[in-house]
Design a protein around this ligand. Structure first.
Ligand code: UD1
Length: 416
């Protein structure tokens, strides 16, 4: 069994380079099958991309990977049902539903997997497909989505869902006529997908706004896109810097993409200097408690809620975190409490009293960002921490051990 071992209280100094955004890359890869050849650069080396590559290869798609570049050629694509095992491996498998439906007017797959952080239904995706003219059947757990033809529609999302926005985009770019997505997600990852689709010949306007207009086109050609920097990876290391950094530089970032985080950190009194494409972070002796509420972009991202909870254990006074997006995203809390934190869960809110000296121990990762949160806590804790079930972390953080080690973290991957 592989575990991460961390000896805490080392100051992090130097530079951490941020890679391509996981949540962009996992949408761009399925989007690529809408045309013949697509080149994607700045792809992070994470296990979620490997899982998608396996699905592509199963469908007969040729994938050339070289470091952070992928060339995807779909000339020999065969529209087969995506298996239960493939569907369950990750949430982003669901993007094959939109892409296959858009291209072939038919898709078959099972309910997608992903971190267990709440119910995570796909009703908005399916309702979007239905409004475009598809029929959805659920047979023995498998979704069969089929359309004689797809026709543009005016779709109003009940919630600004990232997944539903992207999936409806994928299904509508080749539909007849015009589609409007209202209350669309404005996350930068959606914009990255729009840029790729437009590079491929799609006609989508309204990027970065909550109303997207898609003028259907007859076919898409090859295209190229660079994955945007990962704002959640950046945010995680920025928080690490606030906890234990000494002139820690987080490079290759788009600071505007994590303004929800930096606003909160400034309110706490953190020492964070923001430049064009990098930030510099220093630990300060005292931080103020804050109240955080997770919201769709550009609000405070749910994906940084667990990581910042580790930091809040170090702030003076009582902080609160209200999780508005997912109902079960506090699974890191019992382990933080085991490490000494004073945290009470009250429904969708947690109350954190600090500052508390954290102590290392043996903890378990339950989901991707819970894992990041435990790594941050361990970096600031006295003594050694062993973190189990690290597969969750490796799904979404490229090279996390080497990146932290290179800036002075005492962290290693061990087989025990
Ligand atoms: C994506 C991200 C995830 C991030 C989340 C919110 C990927 C692969 N994952 O997940 O890291 O935490 O955005 O920023 O990009 N909902 C419904 N019905 C639906 C779809 C969603 O009720 O059909 C609800 C969800 O249960 C949740 C909320 O909408 O409460 C947000 O979900 P959504 O934005 O769709 O998240 P994902 O795309 O799954």
């Amino acid at each position: 069994m592989e575990v991460i071992k961390i000896t805490g209280c080392k100051r992090l100094k130097g530079t951490i380079e941020i890679g391509g955004a996981k949540n962009s890359a996992v949408s761009l890869v399925p989007a690529a099958i809408l045309s013949d050849t697509v080149k994607i650069t700045n792809v992070p080396n994470i296990s979620d991309i490997n899982a998608l590559t396996q699905i592509l290869e199963y469908l007969g798609v040729s994938v050339q990977k070289d470091k952070n570049e992928m060339i995807i050629n779909s000339d020999n694509l065969e529209n087969k049902p995506i298996t239960l095992e493939q569907s369950k491996k990750l949430r982003a498998s669901c993007y094959f539903m939109g892409a296959l439906l858009g291209k072939y007017k038919h898709a078959e797959m099972y309910f997608p997997g992903g971190c267990s952080i709440g119910e995570r239904p796909i009703d908005l995706h399916l309702s979007g497909f239905e409004q475009l003219g598809a029929k959805v059947k659920l047979v023995d757990g498998k979704y069969i989505v089929d359309a004689e033809k797809l026709v543009g529609a005016d779709i109003n999302l009940r919630f600004a869902s990232v997944g539903a926005t992207i999936n409806i985009l994928l299904a509508s770019v080749l539909a007849e006529g015009k589609t409007i997505i209202r209350n669309a997600a404005r996350e930068p990852e959606v914009g990255n997908v729009i840029d790729l689709l437009n590079n491929m010949g799609a006609k989508i306007t309204g990027k970065d706004t909550s109303v997207l207009q898609i003028e259907g086109v007859k076919e898409l050609k090859g295209g190229e896109i660079a994955v945007i920097p990962d704002r959640i990876e950046a945010g995680t290391y920025i928080i690490a810097g606030v906890m234990t950094g000494e002139n820690l530089k987080i490079a290759n970032v788009i600071p505007e993409h994590f303004s929800g985080l930096t606003k909160v950190l400034k309110e706490m009194g953190a020492d964070i200097k923001i430049y064009n494409d990098y930030v510099i972070v220093n630990k300060v002796p005292h931080l103020k408690a804050v109240d955080i509420v997770t919201e769709p972009y550009p609000g405070f991202p749910t994906d940084l809620q667990q990581p910042i909870t580790s930091l809040l254990t170090q702030a003076d006074g009582e902080s609160t975190v209200t999780e508005n997006i997912y109902e079960n995203r506090f699974q890191n809390v019992p382990y933080l409490v085991q490490m000494g934190a004073d945290i009470k869960v009250q429904g969708r809110m947690i109350k954190i009293k600090g500052p508390i000296k954290l102590t290392g121990g043996e903890v378990v990762t339950t989901d991707l960002r819970a894992g990041a949160a435990l790594i941050l806590a361990a970096l600031a804790a006295d003594g050694e921490t062993t973190i189990k079930e690290i597969k969750h972390v490796l799904r979404g953080y490229e090279n996390i051990i080497n990146k932290l080690r290179a800036v002075g973290g005492e962290i290693s991957l061990e087989d025990v």
